[in-house]
Design a protein around this ligand. Structure first.
Ligand SMILES: *Cc1c(COP(=O)(O)O)cnc(C)c1O
Length: 213
């Protein structure tokens, strides 16, 4: 199957739901040609996990792409994200997980940046994100910062029990009033059942990833 065919199949499966979510095509580790192929098939929103890879791709690909940063953001790299936003590329950061990181990004920005808070809903200790009990305080803090625009909450579901993660997110959303970003190739249908606004799909569009050592 080609990227175009994969995209078509996923779009069709999303259209079957009452409130179809926005599809983010996760292109991490994939070459620019693969992004361009998806773009040529009509895709305009892409997700990336690594700051340097994002910085390499953004200027090389069409300017009307909206890029969602979905990887762990180290505070020493927030300036690179801020620069892209300041250069007027369309950037969304989905993975803010501390007030300190929010403050740093806010101070580096000259424009308003759309951001989401990453919530750690999984029982896996390796996953990043702020704990559910800290979400409201962090969202309030972000809303007080002039250069950050809070748009919602993001999570990576526990592969063994995505539904309980998505349920927690739904409850948090009622209190924070933003969008939800949840669901990947393996669990996006469950996420849509819980009313997600964005799904982040990589493998089912671009095929398996090879990680360089
Ligand atoms: C890699 C990644 C995805 C996409 O995962 P697939 O299983 O390839 O669809 C989605 N969200 C995040 C945060 C990721 O790191």
């Amino acid at each position: 199957m080609t990227i175009q065919e994969n995209l078509q199949e996923i779009r069709q499966s999303l259209q079957k739901f009452d409130n179809p979510p926005t599809l983010i095509a996760v292109s991490k580790t994939k070459p620019n040609e693969a992004v361009q192929e998806a773009y040529d098939a009509g895709q305009r929103i892409f997700g990336e996990n690594y700051v340097q890879e994002l910085c390499d791709k953004v200027p090389a690909l069409p300017r009307d792409i909206e890029w969602h940063f979905i990887g762990h953001l180290q505070s020493n790299k927030s300036n690179m994200i801020a620069k892209l936003a300041n250069d007027n590329y369309k950037i969304v950061v989905q993975t803010l997980d501390s007030a300190k990181l929010a403050d740093k990004l806010n101070s580096q920005l000259k424009v308003k940046l759309d951001v989401m808070v990453e919530v750690h809903t999984s029982t896996e200790s390796s996953k990043s994100g702020c704990s559910p009990s800290e979400v409201l305080a962090l969202v309030d803090h972000i809303k007080s910062l002039p250069n950050l625009n809070f748009i919602g909450l993001m999570t990576i579901g526990d592969p063994n029990d995505p539904r309980s993660c998505f349920k927690q997110m739904k409850d948090l959303q009622e209190q924070t009033k933003g969008s939800l970003s949840m669901g990947m190739s393996g669990d996006y249908k469950e996420a849509v059942e819980f009313g997600t606004n964005f799904v982040r799909i990589g493998t089912a569009i671009f095929g398996h990833r090879e990680y360089k050592k």
